[in-house]
Design a protein around this ligand. Structure first.
Ligand code: B12
Ligand code: SF4
Ligand code: SF4
Length: 318
């Protein structure tokens, strides 16, 4: 049986399915108050999320929310005799464990009898579930913080028909540091984090634009771009991450030639495998984060995005 490597921390909570209507009510209230932005891309990610017992698994009794530590990564690009440390947000690179491994590890942790099921569900607002279960708390940047792992975690949700779990249910909580802290608000380069409203303005949130193809909107300041994919400005400096930030994964170095190839968006076939391997890049097409490492065969599809994002960081060209 495969297990999550020991260097990663894993925590979980179980929520009885009887709370699903309450979870859905949390989201419905937010929607009714017009706090869920109607940005098309954002809506395409969350439109079919629903807290309800899955139709094809009516025996489900609990939904288990799991957090597994996932440090951010750093890769050094050599360009015109200068070294540029470029960071990659935690969802976008392969750290060595897969959904299947998380699932198997969870089975073992909860001693799931072999005749019972554990079914992953990607169509849930996972942070809310994590916070409601008491596994984590919200930060002002709207991320979910789980103990010493900070917000550098992958979240996973699984339904199970196992009844031998205890129901964990809490009020929605904010991280205690946030009471007296404004750091992320002041450091967000686009003003997505707001003074007077807890829910961030996701239409201003950089990952919404740099995860996908396209030209960056010109209201994003040139100096805002800070990660090969995603954005780390509200996470790097957050006191809630002071322990987790020490565990950055070092992905090594891209030499001058490789950097140039990525900037030009043109990698000869014979180099693709190696570049792909070094970047350990996950397929961002799957926004629900199936954590499938980008296939070298498919790298052509991702390359324009990487090239655009790297140019924005190293050359400040957008
Ligand atoms: C859509 C999406 C995005 C969108 C929108 C982000 C967003 N804030 O919604 C974009 C592309 C911008 C994005 C960016 C990122 N994402 Co994202 N994303 C998702 C996805 C698919 C859905 C999120 C969602 O449901 N949003 C809807 C909003 C409404 O939900 P919410 O933020 O929980 O909102 C709740 C609170 O606002 C609360 N609330 C309302 N009022 C109040 C008031 C108070 C006082 C309190 C305490 C709470 C509260 O109620 C809301 C729900 O009812 C999830 C995966 C999943 N299936 O859940 C990953 C996920 C949230 N993303 C993740 C990550 C890591 C990121 C990035 C950090 C990646 C990066 N490095 O760039 C950034 C962070 C941006 C940010 N500051 O939020 C992780 C988060 C891990 C964590 N520790 O929280 C997830 C869970 C993926 C995963 N499985 O690991 N993401
Ligand atoms: S930077 Fe400060 S306000 Fe923002 S999430 Fe972290 S502790 Fe909270
Ligand atoms: S991810 Fe970047 S743009 Fe989005 S809220 Fe955080 S700092 Fe702002």
């Amino acid at each position: 049986m495969k297990e999550i490597p020991l260097k990663f921390q894993m925590e979980y909570r179980a929520v009885s399915c009887k709370h699903l209507p309450e979870l859905q009510a949390d989201v419905d209230q937010l929607r009714a108050a017009n706090k869920i932005h109607n940005n098309e891309v954002f809506q395409s990610y969350i439109a079919d999320f629903k807290y309800q017992v899955p139709e094809d698994f009516p025996e489900a009794k609990f939904v288990i929310i799991v957090a597994v530590s996932k440090p951010i990564a750093k890769i050094q690009f050599q360009y015109e005799n200068e070294a540029h440390d470029v960071y990659i947000g935690s969802p976008y690179y392969d750290s060595g464990y897969t959904d299947e491994i998380v699932q198997e590890s969870l089975r073992k942790r909860i001693n799931l009898p072999s005749e019972l099921k554990l079914v992953q569900n990607l169509k849930l607002h996972q942070k809310l579930l994590a916070v409601r279960s008491g596994l984590g708390v919200y930060g002002r940047n709207n991320l979910c913080y789980v103990g010493d792992m900070g917000c550098f975690v992958n979240l996973y949700a699984f339904y199970t028909d196992y009844e031998g779990l205890s129901d964990s249910w809490e009020e929605i909580k904010t991280m205690k540091y946030c009471k007296t802290c404004n750091i992320c608000l002041n450091n967000c380069p686009t003003g997505a984090i707001r003074e007077d409203e807890f829910v961030i303005d996701i239409s201003k949130c950089i990952p919404l634009y740099n995860e996908i193809d396209g030209i960056f909107p010109d209201w994003i300041p040139k100096i805002a771009h800070n990660a090969l994919m995603g954005c780390l400005k509200c996470q790097f400096i957050c006191p809630g991450n002071h322990k987790a930030i020490k565990g950055i994964t070092n992905l090594g170095e891209m030499n001058e030639k490789e950097t140039q190839m990525i900037l030009e968006g043109n990698i000869p076939k014979e180099n693709v495998q190696e570049v792909c391997q070094k970047l350990k890049f996950l397929d961002p097409e799957d926004v629900c984060r199936k954590l499938k490492m980008c296939d070298p065969e498919d790298f052509d599809r991702i390359l324009p995005r990487l090239s655009r994002n790297l140019k924005a960081i190293i050359l400040r060209e957008v």
